[in-house]
Design a protein around this ligand. Sequence first.
Ligand SMILES: [Zn+2]
Ligand SMILES: [Zn+2]
Length: 392
Amino acid sequence: MREDDRIAAIVPEVIGWRRAIHANPELGFAEYETAAFVAVKLKEFGLAVHTDVSATAVVATLTKGTSGKAIALRAELDALPIKEATGLAYASRKDGVMHACGHDGHTAILLGAAKLLAESDSFDGTVVFVFQPAEEVLGGGKRMIEDGLLKRFPVDQVFAIHNWPGFPEGHIGVRAGPQMAAVDDFEIVFRGSGCHAAMPHLGDDPLLAAASFVTAIQRLVSRSVDPLSPAVLSVTQIHGGRFNNFVPGEVKVEGTCRFYDRRLSDHCAAEIERVAQATAAMHGAAAALTYKRGYPPVVNPATGAALTALAGADTVGTERVATDFQPSMGCEDFAFLLQGVGDGAYVWIGAGDVGPGAGLHGDRFVFNDAVVPISIRFFLNVVQRALPAGGR
Ligand SMILES: [Zn+2]
Ligand SMILES: [Zn+2]
């Protein structure tokens, strides 16, 4: 059978797996039934399956030929704490939990690719299939690396896809350089003595210090970051005070920074500390900063981006592969894997236009099953390009 026919033949089954996973979503690090489902399937296909690598992760290997080269392909197992409002026949049966990012689709697609690769001799090397827990917020990818994933399964390159609503259906997007942003969070507590609102001269007014900070920190992006290096800082929470007649002695300010250049993480931490201390000192108050480093940026190395652009052209034709587009200010745990391996790429599979509330993380998000055959073919083409049979 031709490869396209083999893919077409498996698509209904893959969509069935996708919908079964969709109906039974599980939150990060609690993907027990999803992981068990994936492990059973992979064993059925004849892969070597490992469930003792990290939390609920499922890792499987498939080796053909003797090249000794290895790549990893990643999918995510976790769902989101969102109440589904799609009204689909196969909608979530768990109240308040939903596959609203399409990880059900990514998992089913990678299973489909694993099945077809197990049956074929189209590559020479080892493919490591990584089904990771907790991509959303909790950093399951970081945890897998800390638990020794890459030492136990060393690979030369790592690849992942993400369905991308708003990107034309049937198109593939991969750019060399940043594709997703880094996210860091900060929390500052301004402290001083509180006082009666009618006698402000008897206190320090940390609330005024916090207000000064909110305006002063706007200089970070506009005055301290290279204007050609995208960055955004938003103050998102201010908490303090309980009464109209009393100036509080403690005010908490929280916010987030996003950027593409990973060096900006240290820069933002230092600059926020400096401005917090300076504004606190100006008001005779004290400031204590907690800076939380989140996901680093997803920065595709040129080699991995070039390979996936070629694999994308093999899949949908050169004219449907975009390599020059605006990256997203969203973030992605795959950054840790890509950084740990050092080569590979994160690739968008266009899912077409969607209505309000139906984008990623929307409660009316519906995974576009039309991307299933393209995505499977893309994974097969990546494997054939990265691990060519006959030493191409
Ligand atoms: Zn997501
Ligand atoms: Zn996602």
